[in-house]
Ligand binder design. Structure first.
Ligand SMILES: [Zn+2]
Length: 567
């Protein structure tokens, strides 16, 4: 009897305990919480997996452990999260703090030891020793490191068991939001070869007006559709305090009171976050930064955000002619709602000429590996799963120009997204050995912007990987990086000295950088945003005089610059 009661009580206790724990995270900053970004916001090639908390425009705000736990990962990178800390909590969650300026002394010591052991500023490791933290304990100072575009704290909550990031706004932080999302437009997308939207076989956007949660199409708008189509909605959320554009929590499309597609952002998965490029209307995001959320699911889109009532993958195919009522409901994480109601007409017969069959150079299947060859010169392999839907591929070749080592090949265009790398080979013969070592692929975007990709030679074919379509040609990078001091290059050195240098490379980019004090490796931070390195003499005990500092910087094809300074 006593035992049974004990089990019963402990069952109650653990049930209550685990529920309390879910809602019991403390704020990661001790200033009022205002957001510049929220969960699932649409970004380039990924959904935002946390919240961005404003730090009053400055770095150095106190960052506090949201719950008791232990440091499970310390990561330092010139890119992405910059200086980042991961805390694993006994409640089954892990919290992540990104773009930090510096860690607490205890964590910093463990980091420095690891950086000197690996002779690398960039590290990502689980500490050997247990570093315990209490809830509310100072763990770091906020900063602007890595890919951050202004001082803020990036904060995430992940389920420890599968590392899925969860929506932090569902955890009861003291963040105010009574503003419903704004709806800016609705877009119709052809979903068959013969679909006509207002007489044309192309996607079309319609302007939306309204305020305070009630939206409608611009007066005089008329929508007529022949054939299968999908819809998307351009909508952004705003929170109280600042006009930052944030993301939605839920999008629900119904036609004639039946759900077509409904998605919610409770959690994401890093394995599929790039599928955002199938989720958003990719082309108009690229060209106009329009945040169109699609209410249809392309075959290669594996996001697990759709509710079971979603029908026919969101494809609308009403064969009879007639008027229909469409209704969009968009919601933020605090249940603020906006609705858009409009009518459209479906046609049983086309109201314009049916589109002519498109010419193309190859048909690529999204669920197969695809290869295309332009004999003797060009080859591309698109692996299974790299496309979100089948593609009628267009290929072109432009004559060689003086500054190029090959012809310029246009491989479809970069308005079609890729989930994975494609493998490209371009042939070039009669190059000297020295030149072959300096070869890079140049990739030109639709806007003409050039980026550069390293690769390897197989015989006379230069092989490389690209993650988007575009125009490609071979070029050479013969120039070594520039190194220019931004601070003094003489005088004395001490443990507190930090010296900065500007480092730049024209084509292949900075691939290596290192500083040596009297032959010994010194910690050097790389900040790509300011094209600079900082040599940090902390813990090096420089000589009172007669010090030699050597800086080595290399680009991605192996051109090297070495500079020596005496202190
Ligand atoms: Zn962020």
């Amino acid at each position: 009897m006593k035992n049974k009661l004990f089990f019963f009580l402990s069952f109650l206790y653990f049930t209550a305990f685990s529920q309390d724990e879910i809602a019991d995270f403390g704020a990661p900053l001790d200033i009022p919480l205002y957001l510049s970004g929220n969960f699932a916001e649409l970004r380039s090639n990924h959904f935002h997996t946390g919240i961005d908390i404003k730090t009053q425009g400055v770095e150095g705000k106190r960052v506090l452990a949201a719950e008791k736990g232990k440091v499970s990962r310390i990561s330092v990178s010139p890119y992405g999260y910059g200086l980042a800390l991961y805390l694993e909590h006994p409640n089954g969650y892990t919290t992540v703090y990104g773009h930090l300026l510096k860690f607490s002394n205890e964590i910093n010591q463990v980091l420095r030891q690891q950086q000197y052991e690996q002779e690398s500023f960039r590290v990502d490791f689980a500490p050997d020793s247990v570093i315990q933290v209490e809830k509310g304990e100072l763990i770091a100072l906020s900063g602007n490191t890595g890919g951050s575009g202004g001082p803020h704290l990036h904060f995430e909550i992940r389920r420890t068991s599968d590392s899925h990031p969860l929506n932090p706004l569902k955890f009861g932080f003291d963040i105010k939001d009574d503003i419903p999302p704004r709806i800016r437009g609705v877009r119709l997308h052809p979903m068959s070869d013969s679909t006509l939207i207002n007489g044309k076989h192309e996607a079309k956007s319609f302007v939306v007006h309204g305020s305070n949660g009630n939206y409608h199409l611009k007066a005089g708008s008329k929508i007529e559709v022949f054939g299968a189509f999908g819809m998307s909605v351009h909508s952004l959320d705003y929170l109280n305090g600042y006009p930052n554009k944030c993301g939605l929590y839920e999008v629900h499309l119904s036609v004639d009171d039946e759900t077509i597609c409904r998605q919610q952002f409770d959690e994401l998965d890093f394995a599929t976050t790039r599928h955002i490029n199938a989720y958003k209307a990719y082309d108009v995001y690229r060209t106009n930064r329009w945040h169109y959320h699609k209410s249809f699911i392309e075959p290669g889109n594996e996001l697990e955000i759709y509710l079971p009532e979603t029908k026919n993958k969101g494809v609308i195919n009403l064969v009879k002619s007639g008027m229909h009522q469409a209704n969009y409901v968009v919601k933020d994480a605090y249940e603020n709602i906006s609705t858009l109601d409009f009518t459209f007409e479906t046609l049983a017969v086309p109201n314009g000429p049916l589109p002519e069959a498109k010419t193309y150079d190859a048909y690529f299947h999204f669920d197969q590996e695809n290869t295309f060859t332009y004999p003797e010169e060009f080859k591309v392999v698109v692996p299974k799963g790299a496309l979100y839907q089948d593609l009628k591929l267009n290929f072109g070749r432009e004559m060689p120009r003086a500054e190029l080592l090959s012809a310029r090949y246009s491989l479809h265009n970069d308005m079609v997204p890729l989930d994975d790398y494609i493998e490209i080979g371009i042939s070039a013969s009669d190059l000297s050995d020295e030149l072959r070592d300096q070869v890079l692929a140049a990739q030109y975007s639709t806007t003409g912007h050039a980026s550069y990709i390293t690769g390897n030679w197989t015989g006379d074919r230069f092989e490389f990987k690209a993650k988007s379509f575009g125009k490609f040609a071979l070029v050479a990078d013969s120039l070594a990086p520039d190194v220019t001091p931004l601070t003094r290059t003489s005088g004395t050195l001490s443990d507190n000295t930090v010296l900065r240098f500007r480092i730049e490379d024209d084509r292949s980019g900075i691939a290596s950088y290192a500083a040596y004090l009297n032959g010994e490796w010194v910690l050097t931070a790389f900040e790509p945003k300011s094209k600079a390195i900082s040599v940090i003499f902390e813990g090096t005990n420089p000589n009172p005089s007669g010090n030699e500092l050597r800086i080595e910087v290399g680009d991605a094809v192996g051109n090297k610059t070495e500079k020596i300074y005496k202190f």
